[in-house]
Ligand binder design. Structure first.
Ligand SMILES: [Zn+2]
Length: 146
């Protein structure tokens, strides 16, 4: 293979990697917006009373605040990854670092959501809590299938 052909192939490879990465980032961002809706939807499914709503208000507030922080970390890490791909034109330590940050943020988001679910237990009836666990388990297994 000539040097020119190798360069061409290399550039094509970069284009493919960039496209796949953009696609997966967008797919993730689409899904990342869903937990917000899923979260509100789950709340509605539980028929939470006004008293329960007041009881979990502090938890909800903290959850929303922490989620906003994680989503911002995720947004920055994605921007970092895009930048690293354009700059390095290959799988560089910078790319690796950005991917690690994305994974860490995703893991934190999942952890936060689970903690939130378990925290709500105190305010819910046993029936509501069972339903919450079922809905959460469903949502998690759907994530895996997509
Ligand atoms: Zn909530």
């Amino acid at each position: 293979m000539s040097a020119r052909a190798r360069t061409g192939l290399f550039l094509l490879l970069i284009a493919v990697v960039a496209a796949v990465s953009t696609w997966s980032t967008e797919a993730w961002m689409r899904r990342a917006r869903k937990p917000e809706d899923a979260h509100d939807w789950v709340h509605r499914q539980l028929n939470i009373t006004p008293e329960q709503d007041r009881a979990i208000a502090v938890t909800e507030e903290r959850f929303n605040r922490q989620r906003t922080v994680i989503m911002e970390r995720l947004r920055l890490a994605n921007a970092e990854l895009a930048q690293a791909i354009l700059e390095g034109k290959a799988r560089s330590p910078k790319v690796e670092e950005a991917v690690q940050k994305i994974h860490a943020a995703q893991a934190d988001l999942q952890q936060l959501t689970l903690e939130h679910v378990f925290e709500m237990r105190a305010a819910l009836t046993p029936e509501q809590y069972d339903k919450l666990l079922r809905l959460t388990a469903n949502a998690l297994s759907q994530e895996v299938h997509h």
